[in-house]
Design a protein around this ligand. Structure first.
Ligand SMILES: C/C(=C\CNc1ncnc2c1ncn2[C@@H]1O[C@H](COP(=O)(O)O)[C@@H](O)[C@H]1O)CO
Length: 257
């Protein structure tokens, strides 16, 4: 046995004997030919995922106070919920907020339209879908994401609150993500308003009867969502939370936060 084997270091990795390979990373990079299916491998995906975070953080870092608006992609232009979305976008801008939506049609478009027409910052965080969707024409600052989870991070990181218009499973997913983050203290002082009392009250009643009734949530968790038909009240709740976090900023998290 050789007591003094050849050694080679690749970053933190130490290689000996048969593991030593003298081809450098540069050589491998510049020499690479052949099949290209490696672009569909997980390590390569990690780079794409990382780039979505880098692009998102870069584009939104200077956004200022913003509110996320969620709601159905299917709300028709002539429906009262569309008008509600437009009013919401407009009043949020008048209160000094940027408006962030999923950048799609329906309720998202309505909120973007209201925000853009009021001269505010109208943001769309779009998502690549199996069918052609694209950003609605009222998005003035848009980012198209490949990955839902990267996009969700942007909604949470750059928002001061959530307003939820009537919607389907996508809207419910976003609503409950927000509720979970607030309930677990992962984000602090984020108001969540549900617009449309008739539409949402069945869900809120079920949460009270079943979740609270069976001890799945605590009494105070019921207060995490405010239910109203009044757009201006929703905006006032967002303003109040902004004022509170300005006068009493949330404590900095520990070293991992
Ligand atoms: C269904 C159609 C287009 C879908 N296009 C979308 N573009 C951007 N964001 C979307 C889209 N669909 C869903 N979302 C996200 O989920 C929420 C709406 O989902 P729901 O199931 O319609 O409630 C919304 O807040 C978006 O963030 C063609 O009509």
């Amino acid at each position: 046995m050789n007591d003094n084997p050849r050694e080679h270091f690749q970053g933190p990795v130490r290689l000996r004997r048969g593991q030593v390979n003298h081809e450098t990373h540069d050589q491998k990079l510049l020499d690479s030919r052949g099949p290209s299916d490696w672009v569909h491998t997980d390590p390569w995906r990690v780079m794409r995922i990382t780039s979505e975070f880098v692009e998102g953080f870069g584009a939104l870092a200077d956004l200022g106070p913003a509110i996320s608006v969620f709601g159905s992609a299917r709300t028709k232009v002539d429906h009262p919920w569309y008008a509600m979305g437009e009013q919401l976008g407009r009043e949020l801008v008048e209160a000094g907020f940027a408006v962030m939506t999923g950048g799609g049609p329906g309720a998202m478009e309505a909120a973007n339209k209201g925000a853009s027409q009021a001269g505010g910052v109208s943001v769309g965080l779009g998502i690549e879908l199996p069918f052609e969707a694209g950003l609605n024409s009222w998005v003035d600052k848009g980012i198209n994401f490949r990955y839902f989870f990267a996009r969700k991070t942007m909604f949470v990181k750059y928002t001061q609150g959530f307003v939820v218009l009537p919607g389907g499973v996508g809207t419910l997913d976003e609503l409950f993500e927000a509720v979970t983050l607030v309930q677990t203290g992962t984000v602090t002082s984020f108001p969540i308003v549900l617009l449309g009392v008739d539409y949402w009250s069945g869900l809120v009643d079920w949460i009270r009867d079943q979740l609270l009734g069976n001890g799945m949530i605590g009494e105070k968790d019921l207060d995490l969502m405010v239910l109203t038909d009044d757009v201006s009240e929703a905006v006032r709740i967002m303003e109040k939370a902004r004022h509170e976090s300005a006068t009493n900023p949330p404590q900095r998290r520990g070293q991992w936060g």
